[in-house]
Design a protein around this ligand. Structure first.
Ligand SMILES: NC(=O)c1ccc[n+]([C@@H]2O[C@H](COP(=O)([O-])OP(=O)(O)OC[C@H]3O[C@@H](n4cnc5c(N)ncnc54)[C@H](OP(=O)(O)O)[C@@H]3O)[C@@H](O)[C@H]2O)c1
Length: 346
């Protein structure tokens, strides 16, 4: 008999929380027993989720206020709260769970100067019982002692997938320009801009000062070669999807074969990140609705263009969280993430 782990989702009425609930409803070893929404407290969870329009999983489950988490203890809590909303509750939530997976940006950084600019609600220190880890499944070894697992930003992680092998294998130096395009669901259900305003358009969202920039700059920790990374985010006319184009300069003597070898060796055993064959390029249609990411590289002389596509709500958020939870629980990677479990809403 397989162990079944109890789980709670904070912010379950949002885009990411809804996707997480949908994925976990098919997970044979994670049982979601608590879903928070302050605005929908007391309402049946699945009646508010269009993914459950034609079937139900737990018809009796109702949204709760986060403060009600004190009534029970959960093996896993997934926080899908907006940036700045977890810190005020991190003590309470940590006392009532074994592991807290955090999808917001709070606690991705230890550097106070970065938090002061990008995550001002994140205090300098955590409660003493909390052990925090920034975690990208493909690059980080789970720390068994970690109780707060901080997952990466969606555009940041797509950029890391496009660049990590180049940097960690010391193939590039100097300027790297990262151009990240994202769909409208990246801004959450209460975006100030409606999709009607955004559609049939393409524009810059933010250059130089986007909060995912410092996450991409963590790449410097992998190399002694000086990197100068510029990050800019653009708004796509799609609901889902992220497409990253990263331009870098190869060090003298590095060839296209070195680049292919670096990416191939990094991604040959990553079940959800796929390094494409020569001639193929990442697309949104082949990843949206799934937990898969596609990566490709093109080299011309000393210029390297590396590309990545993924679904911001899945590989960039809810699917990544299920993948991380499976790793911590010692489960197979595809549990709750198989090809039949593809997304529809939004
Ligand atoms: N969207 C993406 O592509 C994406 C990708 C990666 C990471 N993330 C991160 O994932 C988190 C959720 O994103 P999202 O797009 O799902 O956001 P969202 O659609 O705006 O949902 C936010 C959720 O948090 C709840 N909430 C809002 N304010 C709250 C407050 N003051 N106290 C308690 N609960 C509150 C909302 O519930 P009620 O309003 O019903 O109370 C809702 O369930 C964010 O931190 C975001 O940065 C998002």
């Amino acid at each position: 008999m397989n162990t079944v782990y109890t789980a709670a989702i904070l912010g379950g009425s949002g885009f990411v929380g809804g996707e997480l609930y949908r994925l976990l409803s098919t997970h044979p070893q994670i049982d979601v027993q608590f879903v928070s929404s302050e605005s929908k407290k007391g309402l049946p969870v699945e009646r508010q989720m269009r993914s459950f329009r034609h079937h139900s999983h737990k018809p009796g489950l109702k949204f709760s206020s986060i403060s009600d988490i004190k009534d029970n203890h959960y093996d896993l809590v997934f926080s899908c709260l907006p940036n700045g909303k977890l810190p005020q509750r991190v003590s309470l939530v940590s006392e009532h769970c074994t592991r807290l997976f955090n999808l917001s940006g709070d606690y991705r950084f230890e550097e106070e100067a970065i938090n002061a600019v990008h995550y001002p609600a994140t205090p300098g220190s955590l409660p003493p019982q909390v052990v925090s880890q920034y975690f990208v499944p493909e690059f980080t070894t789970p720390d068994p002692a970690a109780t707060l697992i901080n997952l990466p930003g969606c555009m940041a992680v797509a950029s890391l997938y496009a660049l990590w092998p180049l940097v960690s294998k010391q193939l590039v130096t100097g300027n790297i320009i990262v151009d990240a395009k994202t769909g409208s669901s990246g801004a959450g259900k209460n975006s100030a801009e409606t999709h009607a305003e955004r559609s049939h358009n393409f524009r810059l969202h933010k250059a130089f000062s986007h909060r995912h920039g410092p996450e991409v700059a963590k790449l410097q920790q992998l190399t002694t070669d000086p990197l100068d990374i510029t990050f800019a985010a653009f708004s796509l006319d799609t609901a889902r999807g992220i497409y990253v184009s990263a331009y870098s300069t190869l060090k003298p003597g590095c060839t296209a074969a070195d680049v292919r070898q670096a990416f191939f060796s990094h991604y040959q055993q990553t079940p959800f990140v796929h390094y494409l064959k020569n001639g193929q390029v990442p697309m949104l249609k082949t990843v949206c609705g799934t937990n898969h990411a596609e990566v490709a590289t093109l080299v011309e002389g000393d210029k390297c263009l590396s590309l990545c596509s993924l679904d911001n709500l899945l590989k960039g958020a809810a699917g990544q969280a299920v993948q991380a939870a499976n790793l911590w629980l010692g489960l197979e990677p595809f549990v709750g993430l198989d090809h039949l479990n593809e997304a529809g809403w939004p």
